[in-house]
Design a protein around this ligand. Structure first.
Ligand code: ADP
Ligand code: X2W
Length: 285
C-alpha cells in the first residue's frame, strides 16, 4: 500500500510532542509472550527499543522467557507446574531458570539489539546485587521462588549513563546464598518503582484488560487503580491477568506515573502507545 507523503509527515508531527515529553524520562518495558517468539515481532520490538533510546528515553528492558524455560525442562524430562502463575521451582529447576534466562535469552536479546545498531548490556538481578530476595511464603511450597526485598538500581543507572540499554533477567540473590526465581512482571514493576519511571509497559498476548475475556472488542482503555478491587469482585479480572494487574497497581501506588498492558501481537505496539494520540491497550493511573 502506497503511503501519501502528507500521511508520513502527519505521523512524525504527531510524534513530536511525545518525543519531547518522554526525552530524559525512564520507561521500563517488560518483554514477553508472542512478541518474544515470533521473529518479525521480535525485530519490531528491538527497533522500537533502539528508537526510544535514540530519542533520549532511558529505556530499561526486563524480559521473561517462561516458554523457553519450560522447553528446556522438558528436554531434561521435567514437567513444569505453576501455582497462581508462579513456576514451582526446585533446586534443579532454579539452575535451568538461571541458565535459560541469564544465559540464553538475555544474551540473544543483547545480540539482537546490537544488530539493530543499539547499545545494550545484559544484566540479571545478581549483578551489583540489583535484586535481593527471600523465599516467597505461600500456602503451597513453591521452592526457590523469591519475593523481592530490595532493589539496588545503581548498576542499571551506570549502564544507562554509559549509553547502554540495560537488558535484565529476573533471578535474584538470597541472603542465604541461594538464587531465587522471580516472575518477570513482578520484577519489572519493582524496578520501575525504584527508578521512579514515567511508565511501566507490560507486553502480553491479549489486547489489554477485557470486560469479557472471550471478546477482544470489550477492551477497557483506562483504569484508575482504586477501581481494581471492584473489577476483581465482579470477576472481570481472572487467571494470568490477576498478577499482571496487581503489578500495574503496585507500580502506580509506588509512584510510577502510568502502567500499561499492551498487545505484543501487534507490530510496533510500543511506538503506537508512546508516540501517537490513539494509544493502545489498557492504561492504569
Ligand atoms: N479480563 C481479562 N482481560 C484479558 N485477559 C484476561 C482477563 N481475565 C483473564 N485473562 C487471561 O489472562 C491471560 C494473560 O495472562 P498470561 O497468559 O499469564 O500473560 P503472559 O504470558 O503474557 O504473562 C489472557 O490470555 C487471558 O486468558
Ligand atoms: C516465578 C516464576 O514463575 N518465574 C518465571 C520467570 C520467567 C517469566 O516470568 O517469564 P514470562 O514473563 O515469559 O512468563 C518462570 O519461571 O517462568
Amino acid at each position: 500500500m502506497e503511503i501519501a507523503n502528507e500521511d508520513r509527515a502527519r505521523v512524525l508531527v504527531q510524534a513530536l510532542p511525545y518525543i519531547q515529553k518522554y526525552a530524559g524520562k525512564t520507561i521500563v518495558v517488560k518483554y514477553g509472550g508472542n512478541a518474544m517468539i515470533d521473529e518479525k515481532l521480535k525485530d519490531a520490538v528491538m527497533s522500537d527499543i533502539v528508537l526510544m533510546q535514540l530519542v533520549g528515553i532511558h529505556v530499561v528492558l526486563v524480559h521473561g522467557g517462561g516458554p523457553e524455560i519450560s522447553a528446556m525442562l522438558k528436554k531434561i524430562g521435567k514437567e513444569s507446574r505453576f501455582v497462581h502463575g508462579m513456576r514451582v521451582t526446585d533446586a534443579e529447576t532454579v539452575d535451568i531458570v538461571q541458565m535459560v534466562l541469564a544465559g540464553k535469552v538475555n544474551k540473544a536479546l543483547v545480540q539482537l539489539l546490537e544488530a539493530h545498531s543499539g547499545h545494550a548490556i545484559g544484566l540479571c538481578g545478581l549483578d551489583g546485587s540489583m535484586l535481593r530476595a527471600e523465599k516467597l511464603v505461600s500456602a503451597d511450597d513453591l521452592g526457590f521462588v523469591g519475593q523481592i526485598t530490595e532493589v539496588h538500581p545503581e548498576i542499571i543507572q551506570d549502564a544507562e549513563n554509559n549509553g547502554y540499554v540495560p537488558v535484565i533477567s529476573t533471578v535474584a540473590g538470597g541472603y542465604d546464598g541461594e538464587v531465587y526465581n522471580i516472575n518477570a512482571d513482578v520484577a519489572a514493576a519493582r524496578i520501575a518503582a525504584c527508578l521512579h519511571a514515567e511508565k511501566l509497559i507490560l507486553m502480553t498476548d491479549v489486547r489489554g484488560l477485557l470486560r469479557d475475556k472471550e471478546d477482544e472488542r470489550t477492551i477497557i482503555p483506562v483504569v484508575q487503580v482504586s477501581a481494581v478491587p471492584k473489577l476483581k469482585k465482579e470477576g472481570i479480572i481472572s487467571g494470568g491477568m490477576l498478577p499482571k494487574i496487581d503489578c500495574c497497581v503496585e507500580a502506580v501506588r509506588r509512584g510510577v506515573k502510568r502502567a500499561h498492558i499492551i498487545d505484543g501481537r501487534i507490530s510496533h505496539s510500543i511506538l503506537v502507545e508512546l508516540f501517537s494520540d490513539e494509544g493502545i491497550g489498557t492504561m492504569f493511573y
